[in-house]
Design a binder for this molecule. Structure first.
Ligand code: AHN
Ligand code: ZN
Length: 337
């Protein structure tokens, strides 16, 4: 080998090892990392929840009129919600079902589902009911047969979830997220009904979805149900059924709220137990699901004074509560790996 070809060979070797080194990326560094056995906490950017936009989505739902199944307002609002989910980049399922109410009325019901990152196997379910109650049966005698706006009871949870949908489009979360708007939650037998009162008369939409989910064998790591999350000075206690069946996820949510300074909303104490959509998510799909629900330990009903009255309207929706709930949810879902 003469000097020139020797230099050429040397150059070729340097070039190849150099390329090889580059294509290995950081593998050398990775090998040198100490193995502590402790998983590193990943610092993630959590988006900022916009309570003004959540409020606007609540206002918009209420503007259709009471979203009572079989009504025009219900039909139009369902179309609006499906369009919003689509606009925010979700894959949308509209699940229609004929469901029988406590009094035999056939309800043309519709669960709406917005899916983010459908390919992800690790998933989180976020849900809320979108229908409003046909009776203000906790109001004065003359109002008991009138349908309610359900600004808090119905629209508030959906408003918060629509704002989360908007944020998911701007910056995707690591896990797949499913937003489910259940129908016919609030068609339970009214106080003035003389017949049988059964827990299963409530939550008809979630019972249907629990048995027949939008995709076969649907599973999620955990679920979070929002119910009445827009009232002024709302207090969210550890709801009894969530405590027993979804304690781990529940504690995680209340800890996230504490980190963010929202402990005056998220009270780390046991509250009452309610029959709500989370019961059927757990019973039929075995998904631990936490109910974030405004609970008042000092009231007769256990709920806010506007509950199932005509006062459940926009006047009693408070952006500060929406902010606390929305930001806490973002904190939880973006930190999930
Ligand atoms: C009952 O009143 C049986 N459960 C409360 C669930 C509910 C109704 N949430 C909103 N409206
Ligand atoms: Zn209700």
């Amino acid at each position: 080998m003469n000097m020139k070809s020797y230099r050429q060979l040397l150059f070729l070797i340097l070039l190849l090892t150099g390329t090889a080194f580059l294509s290995c990326g950081n593998s050398k560094n990775r090998l040198q990392e100490p193995t502590t056995g402790v998983e590193e906490k990943v610092k993630v950017e959590v988006p900022t929840f916009n309570a003004d936009s959540a409020y606007a989505y609540i206002e918009r739902q209420v503007a259709f009129g009471p979203r009572v199944p079989n009504s025009r307002a219900h039909c139009d609002c369902g179309d609006y919600l499906a369009a919003q989910l689509k606009r925010f980049g979700a894959e949308v399922y509209s699940q229609t079902a004929e469901l029988t109410a406590y009094d035999g009325t056939l309800l043309h019901a519709r669960n709406l589902i917005g899916v983010y990152r459908p390919e992800a196997t690790k998933r989180i379910l976020l849900c809320s009911h979108w229908d409003s109650r046909p009776y203000a049966d906790q109001d004065k005698e003359q109002h008991r047969h009138t349908a309610i706006d359900g600004a808090n009871d119905g629209a508030s949870g959906v408003g918060v979830l629509l704002e989360i949908a908007r944020q998911l489009q701007r910056q995707s979360a690591t896990l797949g997220i499913d937003l489910v708007f259940f129908d016919a939650e609030d068609y339970g037998a009214p106080d003035f009904f003389d017949g049988l009162h059964r827990a299963e008369y409530w939550c008809l939409g979630s019972q249907y979805w629990g048995r027949i989910p939008h995709t076969a064998n649907y599973k999620a790591r955990f679920g979070i149900l929002l119910d009445m999350v827009g009232g002024k000075n709302a207090t969210f206690f550890y709801e009894g059924y969530s405590s027993r069946t979804a304690g781990k996820a529940m504690k995680k949510i209340w800890k996230a709220a504490e980190r963010l300074g929202y402990s005056r909303y998220f009270i780390a104490q046991e509250g009452g137990e309610v029959t709500d959509d989370h019961v059927f998510v757990n019973r039929f799909r075995q998904i631990p699901c936490v109910d974030i629900i405004d609970y008042d330990p000092h009231s007769d009903t256990g709920f806010n004074p506007t509950w199932h009255t005509l006062d459940d309207n926009m006047e009693h929706i408070d952006k500060a509560t929406l902010q606390a709930v929305g930001q806490t949810l973002l904190e939880v879902i973006y930190n999930e790996q």
